[in-house]
Design a protein around this ligand. Structure first.
Ligand SMILES: Nc1ncnc2c1ncn2[C@@H]1O[C@H](COP(=O)(O)OP(=O)(O)OP(=O)(O)O)[C@@H](O)[C@H]1O
Ligand SMILES: O=P(O)(O)O[C@@H]1O[C@H]([C@H](O)CO)[C@@H](O)[C@H](O)[C@@H]1O
Length: 157
């Protein structure tokens, strides 16, 4: 399910917590979704009962990855994520970081891939402030959206 309304997100999170379900949260741009993303999300889901994925809006990606990105518009990126077996909820966000989403969700576990260290995460402080856990999942080497773009440019130049 793609949740665009923050009030609905609050209601769903309240219901999930009332059922004592362990919530795992991650976030990303997920532009040109690849095997590394899918393996990463499968591993993230195994850390709890529910996996909520924050996905950067097109506006947000332009702020953090530059004007040429994303390649794939938000709704298509969110649709693919939402149809992965590991993913329960997808939440678009316009901000530059997932901090505001984490304030609402207060996930039991916040997950990022091995291209980050905990100390790199501006959201680490808010996660730890309520006793949440941060997990870094090792990268599946060789897969990134940037690499895919480079492969295509090389083949079609
Ligand atoms: N190969 C991979 N293995 C495991 N996790 C990954 C991999 N690639 C990305 N991730 C994780 O997936 C999430 C989304 O990352 P993102 O969309 O930036 O992927 P990316 O392929 O690194 O993109 P880009 O090349 O544009 O940086 C992040 O938490 C990131 O750590
Ligand atoms: O797909 P990316 O580039 O891994 O996703 C970014 O992750 C950032 C990370 O959580 C450190 O804060 C986040 O701030 C940014 O908004 C993207 O989601």
């Amino acid at each position: 399910m793609i949740i665009e309304d923050r009030g609905l997100l609050e209601d769903i999170v309240r219901e999930l917590k009332s059922q004592n379900l362990k919530i795992v949260f991650t976030n990303g741009c997920f532009d040109i979704i690849h095997r590394g993303h899918v393996e990463y999300l499968n591993k993230a889901k195994k850390l709890g009962d529910i996996l909520i994925v924050g996905i950067n809006s097109d506006k947000s990606i332009k702020k953090i990855k530059g004007d040429k990105r994303p390649i794939i518009p938000l709704y298509s990126r969110a649709y693919v994520l939402d149809n992965l077996k590991a993913v329960d909820f997808v939440v678009p966000f316009d901000e530059e970081t997932p901090i505001e989403l984490i304030k609402i969700i207060k996930p039991d576990v916040h997950v990022k891939g091995g291209d980050y260290r905990e100390e790199d995460l501006p959201e680490a402080e808010i996660v730890k402030s309520y006793g949440g856990e941060i997990k870094i999942i090792p990268l599946i080497e060789g897969f990134s959206t940037t690499k895919i773009i480079e492969w295509v440019l090389e083949k079609y130049k």
